[in-house]
Design a protein around this ligand. Structure first.
Ligand code: NG1
Ligand code: MG
Length: 497
């Protein structure tokens, strides 16, 4: 029985079955292909395989980096890293060599990752550095770095909000650990891989890595942070989540300055502005990083039993932040500092400041304080004794509310995502929303098991046929763009014979 606790060791199996279940035969053929590619490139078979899945977030969007829990599940799609010790470099290859050409790196864990030159091999190096950094942080003696031969194969759609990035980073980290005889708990791996992914240029929260490592078949997880931990959420009998890809790809360059990283900056500035309005000194306010840290200040101001609720936090934002954007000058005056000084040494944030001179604070904070409440609400509905239909209706409503908030307050949806959500709802989804960072990528819809086939057909007609007709996608590839998934297994090392 796989386990999924933060304190557990990484799962190690000698068979595919515990990971792939019903799909083991397909997985066996895939691993044969990976092995064959490995043998062809490196002359003999790999010593081990590490694999980690993509994920779909069911609820709790853009709040992990604000310190709040989220509720994702691991998907069946994953990234496999076949590995062997040898040579004196890191030779990183991909089965799909045309798309992902071979990359060679030194074994020096202190090497820099060049964020400006995006290259797929950076994900491996980020994980590699992460392993050694974590050892150093723990004060443990690092083994001598050994050269590695690596063959990667991924089935997580890229750029679609299903966290192909966490899948490759987590699988790479486990492969590096295995080859160096290093053992960390799942919680440790989840924590350091989340930090390591920042080498690739995104100021991400820790959701993706946590669920990729701690996912379990049949079970969604409430993932909480500081320290990272995951608790089981059993979904109502007969609920299926259908993932559909809008096929709008979130633009990487934009996402670094105008999208994701800008939101991270806006949330911090909103937290600081709130703290000031709640009586903190400028010096104190400048130290505040997340909206979660403002909660006790709100509680102190609005005494009474409801002072610590989402309702009180939303009321505080309504009262204390103004509508419309704050200019750089206005915030600098409030905080008594240049924003570039506030973010000294933070390259991602400095790029954001270089590209923007106005910041939405109120809308972002309203989203975060409402969205973070939908996560425990979703969990409580799952755990309640209500009839299944009633549970599904409530879960669907929470998902719809989440989408509306992402669209209107966090402004991380897109024309395509909104259109797809509408089609999903029209096709019978009980709830439907964008999932992951947004600005493109996938939606997730809650559908009754018995309705899944009809639902998928309708969405194909309503959304995807047009794209097929326009020559954007091939009809036979549709199954990659819309699929039902049950919660699948988290990361593992496979010692296959
Ligand atoms: P995507 O872009 O879907 O991998 C990102 C972040 C998450 C989380 C979501 C929004 C990374 C690696 N992941 O997910 O931590 O903040 O957006 O909820 O940046
Ligand atoms: Mg990602």
């Amino acid at each position: 029985m796989p386990t999924g606790g933060a304190g557990d060791p990484i799962n190690v199996y000698s068979e595919l079955e515990p990971v792939y279940g019903d799909a083991t035969e397909t997985a066996r053929r895939r691993y044969e292909t990976i092995k064959a590619a490995f043998v062809e490139r490196f002359g003999s078979a790999p010593e081990a395989y590490a694999r980690s899945p993509g994920r779909v977030n069911l609820i709790g969007e853009h709040i992990d980096y604000e310190g709040y829990g989220v509720l994702p599940m691991a998907l069946a799609v994953d990234t496999v890293v076949a590995v062997r010790r040898g040579c004196d470099q890191l030779v990183v290859c991909n089965v799909d060599a045309a798309k992902y050409p071979e990359k060679v790196f030194s074994v020096d864990p202190a090497q820099e990752v060049d964020v400006g030159k995006h290259n797929w091999g950076n994900y491996f190096v980020a994980a590699y550095k992460g392993v050694f950094e974590h050892l150093a942080e723990k004060g443990q003696q690092a083994p001598a770095p050994v050269g590695l031969e690596i063959m990667v194969h991924g089935t997580v759609p890229t750029g679609g909000g299903l966290s192909s990035s966490a899948a490759i980073v987590c699988a790479s980290a486990m492969a590096v650990m295995r080859m160096h005889g290093i053992e960390f708990t799942k919680g440790e791996v989840a924590e350091f891989t989340a930090r390591a992914e920042r080498y690739v240029g995104v100021t991400s929260g820790g959701m993706d890595q946590a669920i990729s490592i701690m996912g379990m078949p049949g079970i969604a997880k409430l993932v909480e942070f500081n320290p990272v931990r995951a608790s089981d959420v059993v979904l109502p009998e007969g609920t299926v989540f259908v993932v559909a890809n809008s096929l709008a790809v979130s633009n990487k360059a934009e996402s670094a300055t105008k999208h994701y990283n800008l939101r991270v900056v806006e949330c911090r500035l909103a937290a600081a502005a709130l703290a000031l309005a709640l009586g903190q000194s400028r010096e104190e306010a400048r130290k505040i990083i997340t909206l979660k840290e403002v909660e006790p200040l709100i509680e102190a101001k609005y005494s009474g039993p409801k002072a610590s609720t989402s309702g009180a936090q939303l009321a505080a934002v309504q009262e204390l932040l103004h509508d419309g954007a704050y200019s750089t000058g206005e915030i600098e005056e409030l905080l008594g500092t240049k924003l570039t000084d506030l973010y000294e040494g933070n390259a991602s944030a400095l790029r954001v400041l270089g590209a923007n001179d106005s910041f939405e604070l109120k809308k972002r904070a309203l989203h975060v304080y409402a969205e973070k409440q939908r996560v425990p609400d979703f969990r409580d509905v799952c755990n309640s004794g209500a009839p299944v239909d009633e549970k599904m209706a409530k879960l669907g409503q929470l998902m719809d509310e989440s989408h509306a908030s992402c669209r209107d307050l966090y402004e991380c949806s897109s024309v395509e995502l909104d259109a797809l959500v509408q089609v999903n709802k029209g096709a019978g989804a009980i709830g439907s929303r964008l999932t992951g960072a947004g600005w493109g990528g996938c939606t997730v819809s809650l559908v009754r098991q018995e309705d899944v086939d009809a639902f998928i057909e309708k969405v194909k007609e309503g959304y995807f046929q047009g794209l097929v007709a326009a020559g954007r996608i091939k009809a036979e590839e549709l199954g990659e763009h819309i699929f039902a998934s049950k919660p699948a297994a988290g990361g593992a090392v496979l010692n296959l014979r």
